[in-house]
Ligand binder design. Sequence first.
Ligand SMILES: O=C(O)CCC(=O)C(=O)O
Ligand SMILES: [Fe+2]
Length: 286
Amino acid sequence: MQRDWREDFSAQGYVICKNILPPDLIDDHVKQVAALCTRYGVVDTASLAALPIETDDQFMQAMLDLHYRNELARKLIFNRIMRHMLSELFGDEPILSFARSSLWEPGNMRAHVDTAFRSPDAPYSVCRTWCALEDIDPESGRFYLIPGSHRTLVPRLCDEVLEENPELLALSQKISEEPASWWRLFARGWPKVNAKVPERIDGNAKLSFDMKKGDVIFFNPALVHGTVDCLNSNGTRKVMICEWTTRAAWAASGFSRPFYEENPAPSVEEDKEEIEPLIAARVAVG
Ligand SMILES: O=C(O)CCC(=O)C(=O)O
Ligand SMILES: [Fe+2]
């Protein structure tokens, strides 16, 4: 029998699902993203880097809004396979925390974690998807991750941060009677954990992937990841990044803005027969 992809996700912290986003939808979405970029005068890496900080903030807000509100973008984001896998991971309907696309942004991102003191399990329920919107040119800076680091390195760094910061330790001890404490612990503790990451990783353990248009990496944001240095700053790098959670986790987070979910939500049971064979055929077991 084929291994359950959820076991891989749990042990390695990620799973790659090949070819799940339809190319025609991707093309239409990329056109809309390109039109938005043009409106802000962003036509390549250099013009993106040259945006004044206030314009850059407005540009980012407009980019997030496009993903929240545009029907076409939502069709792409709320892909049935993607939703089904997230439902299975969370044991609950996924909602979108945010999504954004970029066309040029060279990764050049040092090793980091996107979260600490949180996981894909309830009550935190957090997962990210890194979606290739084109065949990614290796020279543009591939995404890499360190398999298993969410289980090995990162819990150790979290323990160190608790030891070094008694106020965070006190927060962590309050979580069982005061569930909202996890959000405070995350907000204050994550930057401290993150600061330790680059010096503590084994650079040889970085694993990067040949990502083709429509492929998606699902990853635990507590897994160490980053981007390989970009060698060609004239190339494109078309990527959509989404963060997912659940309604319950969102409510606990104290975020004031509304969250986004597809409506009506298909039932997981209804989807099961049709979608599970599609997932089994597409998951690349690493
Ligand atoms: O752009 C990249 O490849 C890095 C993305 C990243 O760090 C993330 O999705 O959390
Ligand atoms: Fe990240």
